[in-house]
Design a protein around this ligand. Structure first.
Ligand SMILES: Nc1ncnc2c1ncn2[C@@H]1O[C@H](COP(=O)(O)OP(=O)(O)OP(=O)(O)O)[C@@H](O)[C@H]1O
Ligand SMILES: [Mg+2]
Ligand SMILES: [Zn+2]
Length: 274
């Protein structure tokens, strides 16, 4: 009910005491005089109006949270380094028929559920070609983004080399190809991204030799993640001892701390694909 101007005020010059008024919805109530001019509204109507405003505010805030989460999910998927078949890889479409495959799948799924931005360590998936290492790495990255809202990306060492060279040479064509997102134009920005993202999967480590500068940069990424205790996943065809030679002692030493080694030594899945 609307408050009304009280015409008795001007006549007597003094504010009158409370009076009994009627609300069409809530019945009678004691109305107080406010500011020497208006009668207070029905308290129940006031309360209901406040509740409506609070509900509208809560709904607006909820919509905003949903929009922010959607934008973050899209941004994380755009920048996760997965494309084509790797985007379709999931834990569900990884067939584990042997005990060894199941053990590896369970370990990766367990890691996917439990790693945090400061849990350090990681996983090493090493083994033969076609055994699904990249598939599992991609599934882990997807799962992290979709199920846990944690940014994650997977890049082969070759891709990182290309991203670095593009920024070192500052060539526009090559740079735009590997532009991950605005704000990653310089080497420093790229290193900050790879060094701090909650989960980084490094694929095909040891394929091709990196230059000294590239290996030094890899070390910087690994060292930054090590200092921040960000987990890192390594995927490679190499044996641990060969990895050590390929990436250098210092990167190897940091990466192996707290990591779980999983060996994939079953026949290639590629031969089975029709
Ligand atoms: N157990 C599996 N279940 C379903 N698909 C699989 C499985 N293992 C591999 N694949 C599929 O086989 C193809 C090759 O697997 P992937 O690229 O992951 O192998 P890899 O171990 O990374 O090989 P490489 O060492 O040569 O890089 C992919 O398309 C992948 O999705
Ligand atoms: Mg692979
Ligand atoms: Zn009322």
């Amino acid at each position: 009910m609307e408050s009304q101007i009280d015409d008795r005020v001007s006549a007597s010059g003094a504010a009158p005491g409370p009076i009994k008024r009627e609300c069409a919805t809530h019945g009678s109530y004691q109305a107080m005089h406010i500011f020497g001019r208006h009668w207070a509204n029905c308290p129940e109507c006031e309360r209901e109006a406040q509740e409506r405003i609070a509900a509208q505010d809560a709904e607006r805030a909820r919509e905003q949270r949903v929009a922010v989460a959607k934008a973050r999910l899209e941004c994380n998927l755009r920048n996760c380094g997965l494309a084509g078949r790797n985007l379709r890889a999931s834990f569900q479409n990884f067939t584990a028929t042997t005990p060894k495959q199941r053990e590896v799948l369970d370990a990766v799924v367990g890691f996917a559920k439990t790693f945090t931005t400061t849990s350090g360590g990681g996983l090493w998936l090493l083994g033969l070609p076609g055994t699904g290492k990249t598939h599992l790495g991609a599934a882990l990255v997807s799962n992290s983004i979709r199920e846990r809202s944690l940014a994650a990306c997977m890049h082969s060492f070759g891709q990182i080399q290309t991203m670095l060279r593009a920024r070192w040479s500052n060539s526009k064509e090559s740079r735009s190809f590997w532009e991950i997102e605005d704000g990653l134009e310089t080497t420093d920005q790229l290193l900050e991204h790879l060094g701090t993202i909650p989960l980084l999967a490094l694929d095909e480590l040891g394929v091709g030799r990196g230059t000294d500068a590239e290996l030094e940069t890899l070390f910087q990424i690994v060292d930054r993640r090590y200092q921040l205790e960000r987990p890192t996943v390594v995927l490679s065809n190499l044996k641990p001892i060969e990895l050590k030679a390929a990436m250098g002692d210092r990167a190897y030493d940091r990466l192996r701390e707290g990591t779980r080694l999983l060996i994939c030594d079953w026949p290639s899945h590629r031969g089975q694909i029709k």
